[in-house]
Design a protein around this ligand. Structure first.
Ligand SMILES: Nc1ncnc2c1ncn2[C@@H]1O[C@H](COP(=O)(O)OP(=O)(O)OP(=O)(O)O)[C@@H](O)[C@H]1O
Ligand SMILES: [Mg+2]
Length: 327
């Protein structure tokens, strides 16, 4: 019997992941512990796009770095393609070839002194993928996949390209190893609005063609709806709400999700009033990690919010961590 039947439905599974950082100078007494990732659990189904949304500092990039093993977690487990990768050096090669990252700034992942050919070929060389005399063909294929004309572009340097082209080159580099999962960390936020949709559509096409799973990280909910099936809303290291994207965005249940949505909606008097309510309650002098972390900013906070709400299932596929029933 083969073990084909044991293929797990999830490409990525994370269990109770934690990563704290201690901030403050060495030998200084004023040290502060940042709970960047504080007990996060989720799974990504194969071939789907999973969106992780939250504002700056909520822990999004830290989660990505933990998955790629660029950081070690304090505790918790990560399973990739059915294999436990935490505390396992032997799985490093697997994760580094089968999981790739696209960064917000293409310059962060591509060397300005290399030509497009070398940029896209580098991961193939590093991981010894394909025969060395065939790698150029693989590069051409990847460039065609991202809708760039290989003959016109392979000998160019990054500064000779537009922002959108540079991000396409970064995507070509990411898909060259035929990864199973791509982590895209704010991949369009530095691009001109006019080229954003093209890049998001490209990601969708690559998903259809190769069955790649995407982990799409964004602070901007307006692009989330474009790309994904499932969304997780992160606030200060905790998931506060999760579920199918259309449901969550059309009927948000957590006040923080509502606040994020209001920040992208039209400036109507009603929205401005809601925004004011949130602003009035800007961080006050409490230990933010006790009780609900959003309560200092929440217009609906009640006494009970001094306790920590857990992420509870509210219907078939949705969960929320909030004591108050809004809507
Ligand atoms: N290496 C580090 N050392 C100390 N603190 C860190 C480190 N990396 C991240 N942090 C802190 O952890 C928290 C989460 O940071 P992270 O970069 O994951 O947020 P993010 O959601 O990606 O934000 P952004 O939208 O700005 O990219 C922040 O408070 C940040 O200052
Ligand atoms: Mg980030």
């Amino acid at each position: 019997m083969t073990n084909d039947l044991t293929v797990v439905e999830e490409i990525l599974s994370i269990k109770n992941l934690k990563k704290y950082f201690v901030k403050g100078r060495e030998f200084s007494r004023q040290k502060e512990t940042i709970r960047a990732v504080d007990g996060i659990s989720f799974s990504i189904t194969r071939g789907q796009t999973f969106v992780l949304a939250g504002e700056s500092g909520s822990g999004k990039t830290t989660i990505a770095r933990l998955i790629l093993r660029a950081l070690e977690p304090d505790s918790g487990e990560i399973f990739f393609d059915g294999t436990k990768i935490t505390n396992d050096v032997s799985s490093l090669k697997k994760i580094r070839t089968e999981c790739q990252m696209i960064h917000q700034d293409p310059y962060a992942s591509i060397d300005p002194r290399m030509t497009v050919l070398d940029i896209v070929k580098e991961p193939l060389d590093i991981h010894n993928i394909g025969k060395s005399n065939k790698r150029r063909d693989l590069v051409f294929e990847a460039l065609r996949d991202v809708k760039l004309e290989p003959d016109e572009i392979v000998s160019k340097y990054p500064h000779m390209l537009s922002g959108g082209q540079r991000q396409r080159v970064a995507i070509a580099r990411a898909i060259a190893t035929k990864p199973k999962l791509i982590i895209a960390d704010e991949p369009v936020s530095m691009l001109d609005v006019s080229v954003r949709v093209g890049i998001l559509e490209l990601m969708r096409e690559l998903q259809n063609k190769y069955g790649i799973s995407f982990f799409y990280i964004t602070h901007d909910l307006s692009t989330a709806r474009y790309v994904g099936q499932t969304i997780f809303i992160l606030y200060l290291g905790k998931i506060v709400e999760m579920g199918p994207i259309n449901d969550v965005l059309s009927r948000p249940r957590h006040p923080y999700t509502q606040a994020l949505l209001d920040s992208i909606s039209e400036p109507t008097p009603d929205n401005l009033q809601k925004e004011k309510k949130i602003r009035i309650n800007d961080p006050i002098d409490i230990n933010v990690y006790q009780g609900c972390r959003f309560r200092a900013r929440c217009p609906y906070a009640i006494e009970k919010c001094k306790q920590e709400p857990s992420l509870e299932q509210i219907d078939g596929q949705r969960s929320v961590a909030c004591f108050v029933e809004i809507n």
